[in-house]
Design a protein around this ligand. Structure first.
Ligand SMILES: NC(=O)c1ccc[n+]([C@@H]2O[C@H](COP(=O)([O-])OP(=O)(O)OC[C@H]3O[C@@H](n4cnc5c(N)ncnc54)[C@H](OP(=O)(O)O)[C@@H]3O)[C@@H](O)[C@H]2O)c1
Length: 316
């Protein structure tokens, strides 16, 4: 039995991504081995592969390194002291974040406490799409204390984080505005948002008096979106590269602004999985690539125009 993993032997273009064979790991006390069905691709994977950001800086002497933080699959082996999970259970998790990674593996050890059980009615594809992106959406909306009746502007509503954030904000009975290109206008309208085509006009020409800005784009788009806000509005900006600049400008304008780093929280994943199971939340899967097509998966992510999530099928 083999355990194929996608590794970065050195930083660089997508073509550096390689597949290696490793041994199937053994579960220690409190851990399980997960046979991974799907691993999701996130922007941080692409950034780290390219040698950018702090996950790359911290792992530069630790190559080859296995990327990946989002997994779904089946429990393959239980270590001692595992309380709830059994071999064969369907699970999902946001694992090894930020420094360990390891999700782009066919088998990986995970602490039982870091995993969520996947309900019978939820597919493993949907479960793999949720961990990092979904928890980012939950935590960003929490930080902004989004309330019923508020006007919430979410930049990039069609992306991995955005499509979950839009649905959660709509579920919280906020009035949701979002930005996207023409191809995603109808999609976001079906999720219950007022969608603005950012290529046609900037958000500031179409949205006013917003109570909250969730910025998933950064840079110029975020600076423009500050003009959409009412006095005392809250801003949560996610792209780390421009967070300092956006917060500085937002503070000057009198807004309550903060950057954020997502923090793994299995209870939040439990809640989202439950919402999916009762039809309150839908994951959008743009494409599933066999693991040996990971180079194409990273190239698609780098376009910056993926609707929803990209997954790797780890068992084919
Ligand atoms: N700090 C943290 O903890 C944290 C956690 C997660 C993510 N992030 C960051 O948050 C950002 C979003 O992450 P993600 O996973 O959602 O990325 P993603 O899935 O790659 O986002 C792709 C989406 O961005 C949209 N988009 C691209 N340019 C746009 C623009 N100028 N205006 C509006 N929409 C635009 C695209 O829609 P169209 O095709 O319609 O343009 C596409 O659907 C990334 O920068 C990521 O690194 C930070």
């Amino acid at each position: 039995m083999e355990n194929k993993q996608v590794v970065i032997p050195q930083f660089g273009e997508p073509e550096v991504l390689s597949i290696r064979q490793a041994a199937i790991p053994s579960a220690k006390a409190g851990e399980v081995v997960v046979k991974v069905a799907f691993a999701a691709v996130n922007p941080i994977d692409v950034k780290t592969r390219a040698g950018l950001g702090w996950a790359a800086a911290q792992n530069k002497d630790n190559l080859p390194w296995v990327l990946g933080y989002d997994i779904s699959g089946e429990v393959y082996q239980c270590g001692s002291d595992v309380q709830q999970l059994e071999v064969g259970d369907k699970v999902a998790g946001f694992i090894g974040f930020p420094l360990q990674g390891g999700g782009y593996s066919q088998y990986v050890t995970v602490a039982e406490s870091a995993l969520s059980a996947v309900p019978e009615s939820v597919t493993l594809e949907a479960a793999a799409a949720l961990p990092l992106a979904g928890q980012t959406a939950v935590q960003a909306l929490d930080k902004a204390s989004v309330q019923e009746g508020q006007r919430v502007l979410i930049l990039a509503g069609a992306g991995g984080v955005g499509h979950i954030a839009v649905q959660l904000a709509v579920a919280a009975k906020a009035e949701v505005f979002t930005t996207c290109s023409e191809a995603n206008l109808d999609y976001l309208a079906t999720l219950g948002a007022h969608a603005v085509n950012y290529r046609f006009s900037p958000a500031s020409e179409r949205v006013e008096e917003a109570d909250v800005l969730i910025d998933l784009v950064g840079g110029e788009a975020a600076l423009d979106a500050l003009k959409c806000l009412k006095d005392g509005a809250k801003v949560v900006t996610l792209p780390t590269l421009s967070a300092e600049l956006i917060c500085e400008k937002a503070h000057l304008l009198g807004f309550d602004a903060t950057g954020m780093l997502v923090d793994p929280n299995p209870q939040q994943l439990d809640t989202m999985l439950y919402m999916v199971s009762i039809g309150l939340l839908k994951t959008e899967i743009y494409h599933i690539y066999p693991m040996d097509q990971v180079v194409e998966a990273h190239k698609q992510m780098e376009t910056g125009h993926t609707r929803g999530k990209i997954l790797l099928d780890m068992q084919c």
